[in-house]
Ligand binder design. Sequence first.
Ligand code: ZN
Ligand code: ZN
Length: 185
Amino acid sequence: MTSVNGLILIPIGEISPEDLFEAKRLINQAFRGKLEIHVSTARINPPMHLIDWDRLQYRADHVTQWVSSITPTIRRAGYLVVGVCGCDAYVEGLNFVFGLAMPALGAATVYTRRLVARSKEQYIERIAKEVVHETGHLLGLQHCSDKSCVMSFSNSILDVDRKSYMFCDKCWRKVEDRLNVDDEG
Ligand SMILES: [Zn+2]
Ligand SMILES: [Zn+2]
């Protein structure tokens, strides 16, 4: 296992880097300051061919592969990459996904279209929860049965609102173990 040096958040499509800067505060709390987090100020647009025109949704697995393919240098430097997309997406077999992690590629994506809330505060908190959740998967964590843990599975926006953006103690220990791996090990 190679060491994890940090996390890069990339705004994709209809999302403002400012919203990600605000979410970063909460994400940083979830990782208790132990993960270096950067927000890319350059917003990029997803290629049109990643849209499924029959469903007017992006294919989350294709978008995640694309995010991985455009970030080889930063991933090789030990950074995990999470693309935060202002759109809606799905994977085969599901109507939609809030996010998708592909640990083998070191990349994940989060989709904010269904996270839009009445208040900006709630919207930012929902984004933070999904980013922390997908980053947890990139660190090797599975879903957690503790409904308040950020690693619990969210089937609906109610589930997202029910959980916190923090890891339960059990999951946090796994995160810490993974963050403590160095290249020698
Ligand atoms: Zn999950
Ligand atoms: Zn947990």
